[in-house]
Design a protein around this ligand. Structure first.
Ligand code: HAM
Length: 431
């Protein structure tokens, strides 16, 4: 039978020897979101198509071109989530989480699906860490979630990432701005791509994030939203900046940041790096004060952000950041004979209970092959158990790096003594 060994274009496997890298960044994200009071929310990978059409917006690239949408056997149209916000908002409404007190603060890890052209940093299945905060219009919340994103990036050890900040106003300022955009882009009607021609009528702001180079060149001199903000939005933006200044977070006000999803209002932001090529946005987010109403709920000003895990790992590689690997085997027990096998089985359980990784032969190899395997998996210590060791009830544990050997009794004290030995070696102390 022919081998099936090809994954789908634009998807990636995380292999067992690489997963510690993912776990490292995920742990930092979990710790930081907990420190800011966010609790994890898990939502399904697919939702009713209408949720994204209404939530993300009919005129976005995501909804128009990139969704994985299919009819189920029952005739329902469902879509693999292209992002995490709409599902989180749906869950908040469905479970009336707002009754438990506002703001509702949720964090999440999600796989997302977008039928985009794959390239470095742009996948069809990718992973996001995100947070959403429902039920606050205070600019303090905007500044606080930006601080959270910054703390995660700092703890990952990343630099050369800049924060681009903007306000895209409320529907009131947007109406005036949209008119200014229509007036501007109408001069170039014969040069715009087909999608942008329809957007010109329905949602001119989307012309600003069109991926066609010709349209991007035209968009360069388009009017900027900051000139059209109403007093309320202007004040909100000023306050957000005040809090960011107080927190010592550097930002660049960039009126060109409009984000590619329709739900945003007021504050929007992106953390961008130049060190991984064209797909340098590692985090994007902002306020979406109208989304919950758009989905049928009551007025609930809200905000959030999401980070792309694959892109963050690319930046860490590009910046040469070493990720600690605690996955390797602390102790490998090689055995000779049935009695030794049983003794190893018993000792290993205790070592594992003490929180260390420990392994033995489960294939039936000879001693040499077992030692070769211990070397291959990078075991820090090895120990050979045979009839002599069993008879004397003691054995030598060997440090695989230094070759140094330490004799330990094979009794109840073994796991604790081994644990102390490897800690002392790691910290350079003598015992
Ligand atoms: P987004 O900007 O579409 O926003 O995606 C957030 C992040 O996901 C991006 O900054 C990028 O790091 C990563 N990302 C997006 N598309 C891809 C792709 N094709 N391949 C690899 N990584 C990708 C959102 O999704 C919003 N839901 C964020 C948000 C949450 N806004 C408010 N709350």
């Amino acid at each position: 039978m022919a081998l099936i060994t090809k994954k789908i274009k634009g998807t990636e496997d995380v292999l067992p020897k690489q997963s510690y890298r993912w776990q490292f960044i995920e742990n930092i994200m979990r710790e930081e979101s907990r420190a800011y009071g966010f609790k994890e929310l898990r939502t399904p990978v697919f939702e009713h198509t209408e949720l994204f059409a209404r939530g993300v917006g009919q005129t976005t690239d995501v909804v128009q071109k990139e969704m994985y949408t299919f009819d189920t056997k029952g005739g329902e149209s469902v879509t693999l989530r292209p992002e995490g916000t709409a599902g989180a908002a749906r869950a908040m409404l469905e479970h009336s989480l707002d009754n438990e007190g506002l703001p509702v603060k949720a964090s999440y890890f999600v796989s997302c699906y977008r039928y985009e052209k794959p390239q470095a940093g742009r996948l069809r299945e990718f992973h996001q860490f995100g947070i959403e905060e429902f039920g606050t219009q205070s600019p303090v919340a905007d500044a606080e979630i930006i601080c959270l994103a910054q703390s995660v990036l700092d703890r990952l050890g990343l630099d050369q990432i800049h924060l681009e900040l903007n306000s895209i106003g409320c529907p009131e300022c947007r109406a005036k701005y949209n008119q200014a955009l229509r007036d501007y882009f109408s001069q170039y009607k014969d040069k715009l791509c087909g999608t942008c021609l329809t957007r010109l009528e329905k949602n001119p702001m989307r012309l600003l994030d069109c991926k066609s180079p010709e349209d991007q060149a035209i968009a360069k001199d388009a009017p900027v939203i900051t000139d059209y903000l109403c007093e309320d939005c202007e004040n909100h933006f000023t306050e957000v900046k005040k809090y960011l200044d107080a927190a010592g977070i550097a930002y660049n006000v960039n009126p060109k940041i409009v984000r590619g999803l329709d739900y945003y209002t007021k504050t929007v932001f992106e953390f961008i790096t130049d060190c991984i090529g064209a797909q340098g946005t590692v985090c994007g987010g902002g306020r979406y004060d109208g989304l919950i109403e758009e989905l049928g709920g009551k007025h609930t000003p809200s905000l959030g952000f999401a980070m792309g895990l694959e892109r963050l790992l690319m930046v860490m590689d590009a910046q040469g950041i070493e990720i600690p690997n605690n996955d390797s085997c602390a102790l490998y027990i090689a055995t000779m004979g049935d009695e030794a096998k049983i003794k190893a089985f018993e000792l290993l359980r205790r070592v594992r209970e003490s929180g260390l990784t420990a392994e033995t032969d489960v294939v039936g190899r000879g001693l040499r092959a077992q030692m070769k395997y211990a070397d291959k998996i990078g075991a820090k210590y090895s120990m050979v158990l045979g009839d002599n060791e069993i008879a004397e009830n003691k054995a030598k544990v060997k440090n695989m790096d230094s070759g140094e050997q330490t004799e330990l009794a094979l009794d109840e004290s073994f796991a604790e003594k081994f644990s102390v030995l490897q800690l002392a070696d790691a910290s350079g102390f003598q015992i």
